[in-house]
Design a binder for this molecule. Structure first.
Ligand code: XIL
Length: 346
């Protein structure tokens, strides 16, 4: 019987993890050892985002990104670039641009420089991230507003394809299981395809919880995206076990998460996960991977948003200072019950 994630699913899909800055720079050897053993794809959690890699108009910061790519090459991994055009974690100088052609040129320089530098090394690019609202309409980001519509998306994809014709190009977003947002993705993908843009995949971020989304909603999206002729990837999988300050439809109670900081009701597992929660998490991951296996012909990659629970952004978001347990490996890099359940599916 096979006993690692990557070997278990070798014929099905890639198994990835997002790497933190500490992991990339080598300060966290244990996580890297686990990575080598269990995973065959990597994504940089923060170090290739615009504010990091292109903080000023005329300065690029490639030191960490270079290390990240070198690590992936050394380990012979599928290397993901994350992310070229995104409204969040954007450099302030880009946020200040008011002129449409200046912003178009800025995107061009950004993509040519970064995709060009890692040509033939980065296997897959998240070209555009989170361009849609929850109802499927275009998000009115800096790019949308200044360039006067969704044309910045086509612009970005065309530039990426030109800078590295062999890279796989992905549109990435969250809550893509939602029927209304799904309709928005379908509209966008068709629009890009009609204008001759190379688009290889849709990335479903997959920041989920024990309660939702339903397997049925996820399945409907996998099928709908695959029907457009693109591959589906789960690019940022984690399953929060903590109470969320919004309802399942994402109708955000987004005002002041600060009010929950330090509230013990919002942090029920400050030391370790209880046995019953451990079992619930395991069952949830089992259901999710059962679905992935059912549609393995449509799925390219399943990437966890972190190697272990200690690294997870969900310890600090949306409420600071909590102890979350959303991944397959705990804070000691030990496999959890969820890991056993997932491997047992094969
Ligand atoms: C998150 C990182 O995990 C955090 O460390 C950072 O503070 C904020 O961004 N969607 C994405 C990811 O595409 O880049 C985000 O990553 C999580 C949501």
């Amino acid at each position: 019987k096979l006993n690692t994630l990557k070997d278990t699913f070798l014929q099905d899909f890639l198994i990835g993890a997002a790497l933190s800055n500490t992991q990339i720079t080598g300060a966290d050897k244990n996580a890297i050892n686990l990575l080598e053993k269990e995973f065959n794809s990597i994504t940089p959690e923060n170090d290739m985002k615009w504010e990091q890699i292109h903080p000023e108009k005329d300065s690029f910061y490639f030191e960490i990104a270079d290390k990240y790519v070198a690590l992936g090459q050394q380990e012979n991994m599928h290397i993901v670039g994350h992310t070229l055009v995104w409204h969040s974690q954007l450099a302030p100088w880009v946020q200040n641009i008011k002129d449409s052609s200046e912003l178009a040129n800025t995107i061009e320089t950004h993509i040519n420089k970064i995709v060009g530098r890692y040509k033939g090394k980065i296997t897959t690019w998240d070209v555009v991230n989170e361009a849609l609202n929850e109802d499927g309409t275009p998000r009115e980001s800096q790019f949308y507003k200044v360039m006067g519509g969704e044309n910045y998306i086509e612009h970005a994809f065309k530039l990426a394809a030109k800078a590295d014709p062999n890279a796989k190009l992905v549109y990435n977003d969250y809550n893509l299981w939602k029927p209304e947002k799904r309709a928005g993705v379908i509209r966008l993908v068709k629009q890009l395809q009609e204008s001759g843009v190379k688009l290889d995949g849709v990335g479903m971020q997959a920041h989920w919880s024990l309660e939702g989304p339903s397997i049925e909603d996820i399945e409907n999206s996998i099928i709908a995206y695959s029907n457009l002729g693109v591959k589906v990837s789960f690019t940022e999988l984690d399953v929060t076990v903590l109470p969320n300050p919004w309802d399942l439809n994402g109708a955000a109670v987004e005002q002041s998460y600060e009010q929950y900081e330090g509230d013990p009701k919002m942090n029920p597992y400050p030391e370790k996960l209880t046995d019953s929660a451990q079992v619930k998490l395991a069952k949830r991951y089992e259901d999710i991977f059962k679905l992935f296996l059912k549609h393995k012909d449509k799925i390219e990659r399943v990437t966890f948003w972190g190697v272990n629970d200690g690294q997870s952004w969900l310890n600090g978001w949306p409420i600071k200072g909590r102890t979350n347990h959303p991944l397959l490996f705990d804070r000691e890099n030990k496999a959890k019950q969820a890991y056993q359940n997932v491997l047992a599916l094969k």
